[in-house]
Design a protein around this ligand. Structure first.
Ligand code: GTP
Ligand code: MN
Ligand code: MN
Length: 424
C-alpha cells in the first residue's frame, strides 16, 4: 500500500564524539542561525542555553544532506523545542524572527564588538555596556583601566579579528619551530586546534610542544618565550601554569605531575610575505618606525637576492638584528593598515610532558564542542574522567595510560575519529 511521498528521517548518534563531522556543512543557514543564538546566550552568561544551541547546530552540521522538511528531523538527538522552532521558522519563512532581532539588537552588537577585544569576556563587556560604553572609541575615551591583555587586544583589534590563513599558520609554525629547537634540540612541535582539523582559516594558531624524554620539557616554555622575545617576535605574552583545578570542567582528580603543564597566550608579530618586491623604494622613508625596519631586515634590506627569499623561512635567528625599541607605541593606529608590513597574530603554546602528550593533543585539537562531548561521554557513559592530562577510570580507581589518540578513543569505547572529522 503506497504511502504519500515518503520522507526519510536522518539518523545520527547523540554524542558529537560518536559522529564524523567534516568541514562540509549542508545546512549552513540553519547552523549559522543556531550558532548565533548560542553565541548570544554565551555572551549573556547563559551557558546552559548556549550549549543546547551548540549541540543542536552540531547535529545539523553532521547531516549528510540539507534539511528541507521538519519530518526529516524526527528522532534526531539534541534538538530541543527552541531549536526546532528556529529551524521550522527558517524552513517555512526563510528566516527566524528571533535570530534576526538578536542580530539587530544593540546589546548583541555591542557585546560582540567589546568581547572581540582579546582579554575581554562577557562580564567585563556587560559592565562596560552598563556604564554606557558600546564602541571601541567610547572605550578608548572612557579612561577605563585596561589590563595588559586588553591593552594589546585593543591596540591590535583589527588584526586579531581578521581570520588567519593556512599560509600564515605555517609561517608562525616555522618561527615556533626555530624557537623551540634553538632552546631544546630534540623537542617536538605539533600543530593543534582548528588548523589540525583542516580548517582553512582560524582565529589563532595553536601548538603543542613536548620532548621524547620525560622531564626534558621542564622549564621549556620560559626559554621559548625568552627566545621569541629576544628576536622581537612577541607583541604580548602571558605564560601560566595550567592549573586545571581552576577550570570549570576539569576532572575530579588531577594527576600528580599536573604542575609541569604550561601554556602561553601570546600575540606574535608576523612579517607579511606579499610585500616582497611589490612596493617600495628600498630605504623606508615610507616607514616612520625604525623598529619595524629592524625586525624585517632580513625580508627587505638592500640586496636583490633578498627579494627572492620568503621572509619567514629565511631569517636565521642570529642574523636578525635585535629590535632595540620594543614597543610600537600604537603608531599603527594612525597609519593606514594597508601599509603596515606586519600583522598581529594570536598564538597559543602548550608544553606537555611526553607521558601526557596524547591527552594534550586530543584536548587541544578541538573542536570545543567535540571536546565537551568527549568528556560528557566519558563521564556519563563510561564513569571515566577525561582531561587534557589524563583519563581516570572511576570504576577501577586508576588512570588509563595512552600514547596515542587512538588508544584514548579505544579506552573510551569509541570508534577513532580523525581530526578532520572532529569539526562538530
Ligand atoms: P579557531 O582558533 O577559532 O580557529 O578554532 P579552534 O578550534 O582552534 O579554537 P581554540 O584555539 O579556541 O581552541 C583549540 C582547542 O584548545 C579547543 O579544543 C579547546 O577546547 C582547547 N582549549 C582552549 N582553551 C583551553 C584551556 O584553557 N584549557 C584546555 N585544556 N583546553 C583549551
Ligand atoms: Mn585555534
Ligand atoms: Mn587557541
Amino acid at each position: 500500500r503506497q504511502v504519500e511521498a515518503e520522507v526519510v528521517a536522518f539518523s545520527v548518534p547523540s554524542y558529537a564524539c560518536q559522529r564524523r563531522t567534516t568541514l562540509e556543512n549542508h545546512n549552513t543557514v540553519l547552523t549559522d542561525a543556531l550558532s548565533l543564538l548560542a553565541e548570544n546566550a554565551e555572551l549573556s552568561d547563559e551557558d546552559g542555553r548556549g550549549v543546547a544551541f551548540r549541540r543542536a547546530a552540531a547535529v545539523l552540521r553532521s547531516l549528510p544532506g540539507p534539511v528541507t522538511d521538519m519530518k526529516q528531523l524526527r528522532g534526531l538527538p539534541c534538538l530541543g523545542e527552541h531549536s526546532l522552532r528556529v529551524i521550522k521558522d527558517i524552513l517555512e519563512d526563510g528566516a527566524s524572527s528571533e535570530v534576526e532581532s538578536t542580530k539587530q539588537s544593540e546589546r548583541f552588537k555591542s557585546l560582540k564588538v567589546l568581547t572581540g577585544i582579546f582579554g575581554v569576556g562577557s562580564r567585563t563587556a556587560d559592565r562596560w555596556i552598563r556604564e554606557g560604553i558600546h564602541t571601541l572609541q567610547q572605550l578608548r575615551d572612557s579612561g577605563q583601566s585596561l589590563n595588559r591583555a586588553q591593552q594589546a587586544g585593543l591596540e591590535h583589534y583589527d588584526d586579531l579579528n581578521r581570520p588567519l590563513t593556512v599560509a600564515e599558520a605555517e609561517a608562525i609554525g616555522e618561527i615556533v619551530e626555530r624557537a623551540v629547537v634553538s632552546v631544546l634540540p630534540g623537542a617536538q612541535i605539533t600543530l593543534t586546534g582548528g588548523f589540525r582539523r583542516g580548517k582553512l582559516t582560524g582565529h589563532d594558531v595553536d601548538f603543542l610542544i613536548t620532548h621524547p624524554d620525560e622531564g626534558r620539557e621542564e622549564g621549556l616554555m620560559s626559554k621559548v618565550v625568552s627566545w621569541l622575545e629576544s628576536q622581537g617576535f612577541l607583541l604580548y605574552q602571558k605564560t601560566t601554569r595550567n592549573s586545571y583545578l581552576e577550570s570549570k570542567d576539569g576532572p575530579a582528580r588531577p594527576p600528580a605531575n599536573m604542575d609541569r603543564f604550561e601554556r602561553c597566550f601570546s600575540i606574535f608579530k608576523l612579517i607579511k610575505e606579499e610585500r616582497q618586491g611589490t612596493e617600495q623604494p628600498e630605504n623606508g622613508e615610507r616607514n616612520p618606525n625604525p623598529a619595524e625596519d629592524t625586525l624585517s631586515v632580513g625580508a627587505r634590506s638592500g640586496s636583490q637576492t633578498d627579494q627572492n627569499t620568503p621572509p619567514q623561512s629565511q631569517i636565521p635567528a642570529d642574523e636578525q638584528r635585535r629590535r632595540v625599541s620594543g614597543e610600537d607605541g600604537g603608531q599603527e593606529e594612525t597609519k593606514p593598515a594597508v601599509h603596515k608590513p606586519w600583522r598581529a597574530v594570536r598564538v597559543d603554546l602548550v608544553v606537555s610532558p611526553i607521558s601526557q602528550f596524547a591527552f594534550a593533543l586530543l584536548g587541544w585539537t578541538g573542536s570545543k564542542l567535540f571536546e565537551r562531548e568527549l568528556r560528557r561521554w566519558a563521564g556519563h557513559e563510561k564513569a571515566m574522567s577525561l582531561s587534557s592530562h589524563a583519563l581516570y577510570d572511576n570504576t577501577q580507581s586508576r588512570y588509563l595510560r595512552a600514547t596515542s589518540e587512538e588508544e584514548i578513543f579505544a579506552h573510551l569505547g569509541l570508534e577513532f575519529i580523525p581530526p578532520s572529522e572532529r569539526n562538530a
